[in-house]
Write a protein that binds this ligand. Structure first.
Ligand code: AMP
Length: 387
């Protein structure tokens, strides 16, 4: 250990105040830390758990400096924190992960180029800022692709599947001709992710490979273990360790991959923070991804990532509220179901309201049980939505 750790009792600052900040704050407070959060909103998922909730815009640099002056370390729960904000905070407290990880991961073209240039496997892509770039991209990537805005896209927002040059042009015009990337459409066998962490001392740790299925571009179900050959899981962990080192991350990182039918792993995207697919680590692993973030950014040894039992996580989106309040009693009548709700006052379609986790002897049993519990929450909606 090269630096003295930040001890329990200290104040950790979190930029952003959604569910990731909430679960981080729960882990940090359990370990005896105080937590300050900052975001433009109030009564937020993280603010409800934090010791102090600051309400300020991310570009209000005076507020950011005041916030950073009052804490011993700053972390964040989303990668779209503006570079100037991270820099202002870094004048007063270490920002972990560092600004470079933010800079790279908040722009798709930059992230993909960073990875490709260092030999990491990425989906074939081309960056687009002009009409000529688009023509070049169609020539190099092909016309079967996914056009994505370069900035501020997540959960499929700012994305269009295209099948011809005309569709690609129309989609780009529809996006307002903003900076974008054209990616080859990957006919993947499945989507998988690795959550990993790196400490101040450079040591890394990874959780087992997680299999993810999406519905309408939003994560729906995660299973650990992923059910792929051990060599694939080991290769994914090796790539994640490489990315943690390349970005000099102190904290947690998630690498999302497409696994092709030929067994090849292609990085889809990075998140330099805990990730939705890692939520099952709270119940299923010795040390959760949130405790791991606390350990890493405070300068401690990383925690054990062992899986206690196969696990499944299903997301609870606002859609489940479409017929009224979900039937919590029905789902909680299953004694092995773990309910996590994020304290959000209003349920909108597509909004992540919470998740369920189930542990079982096999991943399939865990998945079936979690899906059953979700159906019980809103039986009529579940039939309509084919849940
Ligand atoms: P993203 O926001 O980039 O993670 O994309 C959301 C989801 O869209 C992914 O998890 C995939 O299910 C799908 N998707 C994105 N890019 C591609 C691609 N190049 N080929 C096939 N499916 C994709």
């Amino acid at each position: 250990m090269t630096q003295a750790p930040i001890l329990p009792g200290a104040i950790i600052g979190v930029l952003g105040s959604g569910q990731l900040g909430r679960m981080f704050a729960m882990a940090a407070r359990r370990m005896g830390y105080r937590v300050h959060v900052l975001s433009p909103e109030s009564d937020t998922p993280a603010g409800q758990i934090a010791d102090v909730e600051f309400t300020a815009a991310y570009d209000d640099l005076d507020a950011i400096r005041t916030f950073a002056r009052g804490v011993q370390v700053v972390t964040f729960e989303f990668e779209n924190v503006p570079a100037g904000t991270a820099e202002a905070a870094a004048q007063f407290a270490p920002v972990r992960p560092n600004g470079m990880a933010l800079h790279v991961s908040q722009q798709r073209a930059r992230e993909k180029a960073f990875l490709r240039d260092r030999g990491f496997p990425v989906t074939p892509f081309a960056a687009i800022s002009t009409e000529a770039d688009l023509d070049g991209a169609l020539a190099s990537v092909g016309t079967a692709g996914v056009l994505k805005t370069a900035s501020f896209g997540y959960d499929g927002k700012g994305q269009a599947r295209v099948g011809s040059a005309d569709q690609a042009r129309a989609a780009w015009n529809g996006m307002g001709r903003v900076e974008a990337v054209l990616e080859a459409f990957i006919d993947f066998a499945c989507e998988v992710s690795v959550v990993g962490a790196r400490g101040v001392d450079g040591w890394t740790a990874t959780y087992g490979l997680i299999a993810n299925t999406h519905a309408h571009h939003i994560l729906d179900v995660s299973l650990l273990p992923a059910g792929v050959p051990p060599a694939v899981a080991e290769r994914a962990a090796e790539i994640a360790r490489g990315v943690l080192e390349a970005l000099d991350i102190v904290g947690v990182l998630c690498v999302e991959f497409f696994l092709t039918h030929g067994g090849e792993l292609l990085i889809n995207e990075l998140a330099p923070r805990p990730h939705n697919s890692g939520h099952l680590t709270i119940d299923a692993c010795t040390c959760s991804q949130f405790e791991q973030q606390v350990r890493a950014i405070c300068g401690f040894h990383l925690g054990a990532t062992d899986l206690l039992q196969p696990a499944a996580m299903v997301n609870l989106l606002g859609d489940l509220w479409s017929d009224g309040e979900p039937d919590w009693a029905a789902a909680l009548a299953l004694p092995d179901v773990k309910l996590h709700l994020y304290g959000k006052a209003s349920a909108r379609p597509g909004r992540k309201m919470g998740h369920l986790t189930v542990l079982a002897p096999t991943r399939e049993q865990a998945r079936d049980r979690a899906l059953t519990a979700r159906r019980l929450l809103a039986p009529e909606y579940a039939v309509r939505a084919h849940l």
